[in-house]
Write a protein that binds this ligand. Structure first.
Ligand code: HEC
Length: 306
């Protein structure tokens, strides 16, 4: 099965490199995959993905000084219609709920990355386990507590895509955080990758699917302000890299990277193989990036660290 998938992946990559195809790297074909992946990119950074002029209020300054949104100043409103200032979440769902959608009990919660802006709960929290799709659509639309009312900036079908993505992770039709990493108070950034990934298969997947844009050693694109290569980014924040690989990078040419017909188990295995591979500091080095490399013994990559 894995071998078959690799052949498919290579074929898809060749199709993606075809100069006639108008969206390089965009390999999903089926509508459902596209809808859910779109929801995943909205989860990551909705204002990079939708047609909107929105610059979030700068959290470092006391006044609302962004652009766009219901108040014209880069704020969104709460459920009562009052502006919610940006305290660092920048109105991104991945910040409000955390990448693992568990709110304060998860990776951005007080025990792990301790982000001030994390909400108490999210779609994967036990206390929200019984919430239906309609209830989530309603909560995102109207806001609740520190969660803004998104109906001012997202239309109903965008909110549905977002909710369908989150519930696909919750209900096991997309890779679940627990199958990719474990939370750990002893690890920088609060996580350790799950064992079982095969770095050799991960290198092959990388070559077939990522090297075209990110370069053979993943140093071709350097993120943020020159801080990190893709290899470093995966070693620092593997939990995010898995989901970005799955759904694509908001507002960029990079679409979803897994073949759309994979089962959830195959998706999980492919992501773990990739993360295991990217833990090789020699093969995917720091290049000209400015952030420090992970030291020997750093627990995030577990036994994958090379
Ligand atoms: C069609 C070209 C293309 C392909 C194929 C591609 N990427 Fe990307 N990727 C990009 C671009 C462009 C960006 C945005 C760079 C930026 O923000 O400066 C990006 C961003 C990313 C990011 C986000 C980094 C951040 O800022 O958080 C990750 C992670 C990533 N890519 C991983 C991968 C992986 C893993 C693969 C292969 C499975 C892959 N990419 C394949 C073009 C591509």
């Amino acid at each position: 099965m894995k071998a078959i998938f690799l052949i498919i992946a290579v074929g898809l990559m060749q199709a993606a490199c075809d100069p006639l195809s108008d969206k390089p790297g965009e390999i999903h074909s089926d509508e459902k995959t596209g809808h859910i992946a779109y929801g995943g990119r909205l989860f990551d950074m909705w204002y990079d993905e939708v047609e909107i002029d929105f610059v979030p209020d700068d959290p470092e300054t006391p006044l609302a000084d962004g652009r766009g949104g219901p108040n014209g100043d880069g704020t969104l409103n709460d459920s009562a219609g009052l502006p919610l200032l940006n305290n660092g979440h920048s109105y991104r769902f991945k910040n409000l709920f955390g990448w693992d959608m568990r709110g304060d009990a998860g990776i951005y919660g007080h025990e792990y990355q301790a982000k001030d802006f994390i909400l108490p709960d999210g779609p994967l929290s036990p206390q929200d386990a019984g919430m239906t799709r309609d209830e989530w659509v309603q909560r995102i639309t109207a806001g609740k507590g520190g969660l803004p009312a998104y109906s001012d900036v997202l239309n109903p079908s965008q909110i549905e895509a977002l909710v369908d993505y989150m519930l696909a992770v919750r209900d096991g039709s997309l890779p679940h955080p627990d199958s990719l990493y474990a939370l750990s108070v002893d690890s920088p950034k609060g996580f350790v990758l799950m064992p079982g990934g095969d770095p050799a298969l991960g290198h092959k997947f990388y070559e077939a699917q990522c090297a075209e844009c990110h370069g053979d050693d993943a140093t071709k694109i350097i993120f943020d302000n020159g801080e990190q290569t893709l290899g470093m980014h995966a070693r620092y924040y593997g939990y995010a890299i898995a989901m970005i690989t799955l759904v694509g990078e908001p507002g960029s040419d990079m679409g979803p990277q897994l073949a759309p017909d994979l089962s959830v188990e195959e998706q999980t295995t492919t992501l773990l193989n990739l993360l295991a591979a990217l833990c090789d500091r020699t093969r995917y080095p720091r290049g000209n990036a400015t952030d420090p490399e992970l030291p020997d013994g750093d627990p995030r990559c577990g036994a994958y660290l090379r």
